[in-house]
Design a protein around this ligand. Structure first.
Ligand code: PGA
Length: 246
């Protein structure tokens, strides 16, 4: 059964000393209620630190990106296998910041999801529409196009992935999708997953975009919202833990 999964996305934030404090606060503050899982996705250089600080705890860790390639002459890139060596369980792929700022196409995102699975990692595949796309009435078409590219590549292996719906207009803006808006898109994604592969119907569907302690409960109460992908609020232990307990 699906339970709830809350994942922190630190983005390009952190520092050795502040990470130590944050890891310690998370570790001491997290007493997982039944069916709740917590994870943090940190910048590459901090994976060893996450491993050292969180090993043996109930908190998993992961990366925020990987190369779609397994090995080779790709200066500056990091492979899924490298990340896996640091005990990662998760890797975020296709975050909207990667898609818009670094030009990652649906095809590249799908290849990254496959690379993650091949290395034994759980990809957290992000989909979401911009404000312009929402206002043009194309939310459904956009998120399904993004999901379909991954489904075409993974097929039944999608059952081992996590999917995150992150409306781009809600990321870091303080605007949040209403529970109704989130539920509508999650239900759509769930239907698509189920229609393609019965095993994928139970894929955890996370909501992301200005998720805070004040709105987490209503969002996590939605039938098809299985957790949250949390940016800004994941950098503060008290806020992140409040969301995880919501
Ligand atoms: P936010 O970011 O919670 O700061 O809006 C979410 C994300 O980008 O994953």
């Amino acid at each position: 059964m699906r339970g709830k999964l809350v994942v922190g996305n630190w983005k390009m934030h952190g520092g050795l000393r502040q990470n130590d404090v944050l890891f310690a606060d998370l570790r001491s503050g997290w007493n997982p209620p039944e069916g709740r899982r917590l994870a943090v996705c940190v910048p590459f250089p901090y994976l060893w630190q996450a491993q050292a600080a969180l090993s043996g705890s109930a908190i998993a860790w992961g990366a925020q990106n990987i190369s779609e390639h397994a090995t080779g002459a790709f200066t500056g890139e990091v492979s899924a296998a490298m990340v896996a060596e640091f005990g990662c369980r998760y890797v975020i792929v296709g975050h909207s910041e990667r898609r818009t700022l670094f030009g990652e196409s649906d095809t590249v995102v799908a290849a990254k999801a496959a690379a993650a699975l091949a290395a034994g990692l759980t990809p957290i595949v992000c989909v979401g529409e911009t404000l312009k796309e929402r206002e043009a009435g194309s939310t459904e078409a956009v998120v399904l196009r993004q999901l379909d590219a991954v489904l075409a590549k993974l097929g039944s292996r999608m059952a081992d992935a996590v999917l995150a719906y992150e409306p781009v207009w809600a990321i870091g803006t303080g605007l949040t999708a209403s529970p109704e808006q989130a539920q509508a898109v999650h239900a759509l994604l769930r239907r698509r997953l189920r229609s393609v592969d019965a095993g994928a119907a139970d894929v955890a569907l996370l909501y992301g975009g200005s998720c805070k302690p004040g709105n987490a409960q209503a969002l996590l109460a939605c039938r098809d919202v299985d957790g949250a992908l949390v940016g800004g609020a994941s950098l503060k232990a008290d806020e992140f833990l409040a969301i995880a307990r919501a």
